[in-house]
Design a protein around this ligand. Structure first.
Ligand SMILES: NC(=O)c1ccc[n+]([C@@H]2O[C@H](COP(=O)([O-])OP(=O)(O)OC[C@H]3O[C@@H](n4cnc5c(N)ncnc54)[C@H](OP(=O)(O)O)[C@@H]3O)[C@@H](O)[C@H]2O)c1
Length: 161
């Protein structure tokens, strides 16, 4: 399993159930990385998507405890165990965990690579990703600095040692 996330200087990822920044090049990168794959997200993240619609051309898996939660073009699981069983049964599929905070932290132990977009600015945040540098993950790739409206950002890749 892989994860993909955009973090700020403090590993912040969201505020008021929204992203900290919408960087078009990062959105394009996220789309390219996940297209044709399985994406796993929490109910809050799903509801923060534009139009509350599943991501196109991807198998969308939503985690919620709400047994009455339904929607078109998505698969719903009500527990981590059930999700992990299903993922194991389809182990040939490329699975990306796409957030938010609670789902990243629960699935981090099952991830082997994480694609982290690092935004070199500190925002007001109420949701965070765990600091992979402190956890001993290895950064194996870092792009050159890119720029969006004066905000620097880089694409990086971490692997579990
Ligand atoms: N920067 C990034 O790359 C990035 C990416 C994604 C999201 N985000 C941000 O992250 C924030 C949302 O994170 P969040 O932690 O509040 O919410 P979340 O992880 O997206 O969703 C949490 C919800 O998922 C369901 N859930 C989680 N674990 C479950 C389990 N084991 N079994 C069943 N259901 C489970 C629950 O839904 P019910 O309450 O319905 O039971 C829970 O309330 C937003 O600010 C969003 O913008 C940032």
């Amino acid at each position: 399993m892989k994860a993909i996330v955009a973090v700020d200087l403090n590993w912040g990822i969201g505020f008021n159930n929204q992203l900290l920044e919408r960087i078009p090049e990062d959105m394009k990168y996220f789309k390219e990385m996940t297209l044709g794959k399985t994406v796993v997200m929490g109910r809050e993240t799903f509801e923060s998507l534009p139009g509350k619609k599943p991501l196109k051309e991807r198998k969308n898996i939503i985690l919620t405890t709400n047994k009455n939660y339904f929607g078109e073009d998505m698969i719903i699981y009500h527990s981590l165990d059930k999700l992990l069983q299903e993922i194991k049964a389809h182990s040939q599929e490329d699975v990306f965990v796409i957030g938010g905070e609670s789902v990243y932290s629960q699935l981090l132990p099952y991830c082997t690579e994480i694609y982290v977009t690092k935004i070199e600015k500190a925002y007001e945040a109420d949701k965070y990703f765990i600091n992979l540098d402190k956890l001993g993950w290895e950064k194996v790739y870092e792009s050159e600095a890119k720029n969006y409206n004066g905000i620097a950002f880089r694409f990086t890749k971490y692997v579990k040692i």
